[in-house]
Design a protein around this ligand. Structure first.
Ligand SMILES: Cc1cc2nc3c(=O)[nH]c(=O)nc-3n(C[C@H](O)[C@H](O)[C@H](O)COP(=O)(O)O)c2cc1C
Length: 210
């Protein structure tokens, strides 16, 4: 089994990476391999609501979003990580997540539905729970079982060396990794035992109801 982790910080080896690498340890203990994919430090286009993805099944901007979307079909679970910017998810990661989740297919073409996932954040001091609230909305609109830990998944620090001192935060990350490995093992056992996927319905859009 394999979990894809996305580092949504402009710092490849920063605090978010430190948090994700601790999740990787927990996953590894549970026999699950993982990879940390860095978003980069360049500009990330935002969703323009052009509608291209609806028939095409991929984003009109052919960049990392489409690469991750294609890779996602082969993954068993996901961890999305980001630093906290002004109590929210940074603009580049928000743009990435908007396009990744808006352009996902539906039914059997949806690479995310029913796959366990988690979001983790790193912050110097505050805004973590507000950012997590925003971050996890992508998972819970996409039928993804959200894996929890023994505290909300955050680490504190401005540098990886500071995060190293946040022993509680790092423990939360390790436990998160172990819990995700356990959930993946259970899903695999259920599949082997013949537990069917839930019945699917066509998505309804009653946009006029308020
Ligand atoms: C534009 C910007 C806004 C930030 N806003 C916050 C904030 O609201 N709360 C906070 O605690 N830290 C804030 N920080 C600090 C980062 O969240 C913190 O240093 C984080 O751990 C960096 O993670 P990274 O090394 O993975 O990039 C901000 C940093 C930047 C650059």
């Amino acid at each position: 089994m394999h979990v894809l982790m996305i580092n949504g910080s402009p710092h490849q080896w920063g605090c978010t990476w430190r948090a994700l690498s601790e999740v990787a340890l927990g996953l590894q203990e549970g026999g699950v391999d993982s990879e940390i994919l860095w978003l980069g430090d360049g500009a990330m286009a935002g969703c323009t609501d052009c509608g291209y993805c609806r028939p095409a099944g991929q984003c009109v901007f052919d960049d990392l979003v489409n690469e991750v979307s294609a890779q996602a079909a082969r993954e068993d679970g996901f961890v999305f990580g980001a630093p906290v910017y002004f109590s929210g998810v940074p603009g580049s990661m928000t743009s990435f997540m908007d396009r990744l989740f808006f352009s996902r297919g539906s039914g059997d073409a949806d690479p995310f539905a029913l796959k366990p996932a988690a979001c983790v954040v790193s912050a110097r001091r505050a805004g973590t729970t507000a950012a997590l609230d925003q971050f996890q909305k992508y998972l819970t609109i996409a039928e993804m079982p959200v894996v929890s830990s023994r505290y909300w998944p955050m680490v504190h620090g401005n540098t990886p060396a500071e995060v190293e001192q946040d022993l509680e935060g790092l423990q939360v990350m390790r436990v998160l990794g172990r819990n995700m490995a356990w959930m993946l093992a259970n899903i695999a056992a259920g599949r082997a035992a013949g537990v069917p996927r839930p019945k699917q319905e066509r998505r309804l859009g009653t946009n006029f109801v308020r």
